[in-house]
Write a new protein. Structure first.
Length: 311
């Protein structure tokens, strides 16, 4: 069991977030659950980010502002924030995402009922240029989340996560050599380390995609280097052919999303070689023949359908 009202440290790393950071911070300050502080780590911003946050900190003592020289990615400032945190639980928020007002309260209630080590929720996705168009992404149901996280990063953003501070420290925080999949790497270590995950069956935050979003700006070459690094780090887990096959399929999906259908098909075929009965890989291979645009439209359609039929 957890404390009836656990103290939560919310960590927001940012770089040049002046155009949206006030919106993000106010979504935290507007939470119905109030036992938290907000640790804002400015990773060397060159715009007005610092001025905006300092003004908000002057209005609300829960906001704490830290500045450091640019590190090149979100892992290092996140780790710095964890080092400054006083909460027994940690929540993370991407600098351009926003929480719905009941996000923390709903997750704390879930923790009270289930006593897990980490909790996540479903995601509302929108584009900065079209905030009226919302896509719903649900966390898949699974009896083995430790296996599923090896196959794909089903937790879309750290903005959804609430984790015990002692667990984050026990698994070694975020890998600062990674830019993009540093969150996936963290989840792998938590879930394969024997810690438990709970999923709140609610949409509790909005994941905003924009040109300034790191995940949207990573190019295929960078993704490939990061993928190889991550695979080699956990190679021993991929001795199981079914797990390896599903992992290769998820890599192919990412390349298809990059608009590289030929490279995507390569990984779909590799997936099939590992498991001839991986019919989803076979289907995706066929979809990728139509090109990256068609593949993205079909996958978006699948996500829309699943968000409406799975309750």
């Amino acid at each position: 069991m957890i404390d009836s009202e656990p103290f939560i440290s919310v960590i927001i790393p940012t770089y040049n977030g002046a155009s949206f950071i006030e919106r993000t911070i106010r979504s935290v300050l507007g939470q119905t659950y109030t036992r938290f502080d907000l640790l804002f780590v400015d990773d060397g911003s060159l715009d007005a980010t610092g001025e905006i946050v300092r003004n908000l900190a002057a209005q609300d003592g829960r906001v704490k502002y830290f500045y450091q020289q640019n590190s090149g990615g979100p892992a290092q400032p996140t780790n710095y924030g964890i080092g400054q945190a006083m909460g027994t639980w940690l929540a993370f928020l991407d600098h351009d995402d926003t929480w719905l007002p009941e996000k923390l309260a709903t997750q704390v209630q879930y923790l009270q009922q289930h006593g897990v080590d980490m909790v996540t929720c479903h995601t509302l996705v929108c584009w900065e240029t079209d905030r009226g168009r919302i896509t719903k992404i649900r966390v898949p149901r699974s009896r083995d989340y430790a296996r599923l996280i090896l196959e794909k990063n089903f937790i879309l953003s750290t903005s959804s996560v609430l984790v015990r501070a002692e667990v984050a420290k026990a698994v070694g925080l975020f890998d600062e050599q990674l830019i993009g999949p540093q969150d996936w790497d963290f989840y792998i270590r938590v879930l394969t380390g024997g810690y438990s995950l709970g999923v709140v069956n609610n949409f509790l935050y909005i994941h905003v995609l924009s040109e300034k979003n790191i995940s949207a700006s990573i190019n295929p070459e960078t993704y490939e280097a990061q993928r190889v690094y991550l695979f080699n780090k956990y190679r021993h887990f991929y001795a199981r052919k079914d797990v390896h096959s599903n992992y290769l399929r998820s890599v192919g999906v990412q390349y298809a999303a990059f608009g590289l259908p030929a490279r995507a098909r390569k990984f779909f075929w590799m997936s099939l070689k590992e498991n001839y009965f991986n019919f989803r890989s076979l289907a995706y291979c066929g979809l990728s023949v139509g090109g990256g645009w068609l593949f993205r439209r079909l996958i978006s359609g699948k996500n829309w359908l699943m968000s409406h039929v799975r309750r």
